[in-house]
Design a protein around this ligand. Structure first.
Ligand SMILES: [Zn+2]
Length: 372
């Protein structure tokens, strides 16, 4: 696990409608272990903290149009689903939050979900040879499994494999994918899903001509080398990169301005997608406050638990790497007797909106008692 470059400014991803040409040297690398680990994925989710929202129940969770999340692993390699499960669920909250926070909480994603409103994530193994691009993946899954031929489904894939260094993710026509070899992975899910829902049309007012927009910042705008690219910062707020459609005029608006291009082209308006639900607005949460009373003694770390808040406890070593001792803990205590005293232990609060700051566990002073 290497160090990650800090603070990229915009969500990045590419849409290619046809099978991309892949250099031979890249193909040989497909057997390699993908670079990104669950801890790396968590780094990007932390950057997006404050923009998440819990997925909602929509009907029975199965009927009608739905978005189906899928974890794809390579046959013959280990299935790392259990290691990624927590960051994948949190990534679904980020995608949900992007749609809800862009719509006054009046549009939400119609996930396939269980009776607890939790999105159902499929796991599927594919041959390594088809794992590196969306065209091959889609063809393989459709050919081999009827459940991937449902016209009422969008298939949103996380692929634990190596892809071309040319892109972070791909999406079009009810299919989207991000790869664990990419720096984006869980971070570009929402971007690719918006592609799968049909954006951005090349005739949109601020279209680059390669599927994106140039009136930055928003989820779909970036410098993609499209022919119509212009350097425009129309939405400069730091949070704008986690909002859909700066200006409400290219691909997402609840009420497009009368006479505007988006009003005249309702089919280009993702807010009208059948894969989103019209829902009653709700108050969306903010990130939880940091944990308090965090103390480490000889064999555990303890802290004070707040209602509605869960806690992650991690260990950092000198090189900055992180390992989780527990995630989504609600007991306020975790054993640390196996953790070297030279390692730093921290506690981070998490809720439906995101993460708090990390609080380092201080070692309690145990006074020596003398008997005599
Ligand atoms: Zn894109």
């Amino acid at each position: 696990m290497g160090a990650l470059a800090a603070g990229a400014a915009a969500i990045v991803g590419f849409s290619v409608p046809a099978a991309p040409a892949v250099p031979e040297s890249t193909v040989q690398n497909f057997a390699a272990t993908p670079r990104q680990s669950p801890v790396d994925a968590d780094y990007y989710l932390a950057d997006a903290s404050g923009h998440w929202a819990a997925p909602r129940c929509v009907g029975d969770g199965r009927s009608g149009p739905r978005v189906q999340p899928v974890f794809v692993h390579r046959k013959g390699s280990s299935n790392r689903y259990q290691q990624f499960r927590t960051v994948l669920q949190r990534s679904l909250s980020l995608t949900t939050g992007i749609f809800e926070r862009s719509s006054g909480a009046r549009r939400t994603v119609r996930w396939v979900h269980d009776t607890s409103c939790r999105p159902v994530i499929w796991q599927v193994g594919v041959p390594a040879a088809v794992s590196h691009n969306l065209v091959d993946l889609r063809a393989y899954l459709k050919d081999t499994q009827p459940r991937f031929r449902d016209p009422d489904r969008v298939y949103s894939l996380w692929v634990d494999a190596t892809t071309s260094p040319e892109w972070s993710g791909l999406g079009d026509d009810r299919w989207s994918a991000t790869w664990s070899s990419s720096w984006g992975f869980v971070w570009v899910d929402a971007h690719e899903l918006v592609h799968a829902l049909g954006a951005l049309r090349p005739d949109a007012p601020h279209a680059t001509g390669k599927g994106h927009c140039y009136d930055a910042y928003d989820v779909m705008c970036y410098r993609d080398s499209g022919p119509a690219w212009r350097n425009v910062i129309a939405c400069p707020a730091p949070s704008a990169q986690y909002r859909l459609d700066c200006g409400d005029d290219d691909y997402f608006a609840l009420k497009p301005r009368k006479g505007s291009w988006l009003a005249k082209n309702p089919g280009a308006n993702v807010a009208r997608s059948r894969f989103l639900a019209r829902v009653a607005s709700r108050v969306l949460p903010t990130e939880p406050p940091p944990a308090t009373g965090v103390v480490r003694d000889a064999d555990s770390v303890d802290w004070q638990v707040q209602p509605g808040v869960r806690y992650d406890v991690g260990v950092t070593d000198g090189d900055g790497s992180v390992a989780w001792l527990t995630q989504d803990n609600v007991t306020g205590s975790v054993s640390t007797w196996e953790v070297p005293t030279t390692s730093r232990v921290f506690v981070r609060a998490v809720n439906d909106a995101g993460y708090s700051q990390r609080i380092r566990a201080r070692t309690s002073v145990v006074s020596a008692t003398t008997s005599g």
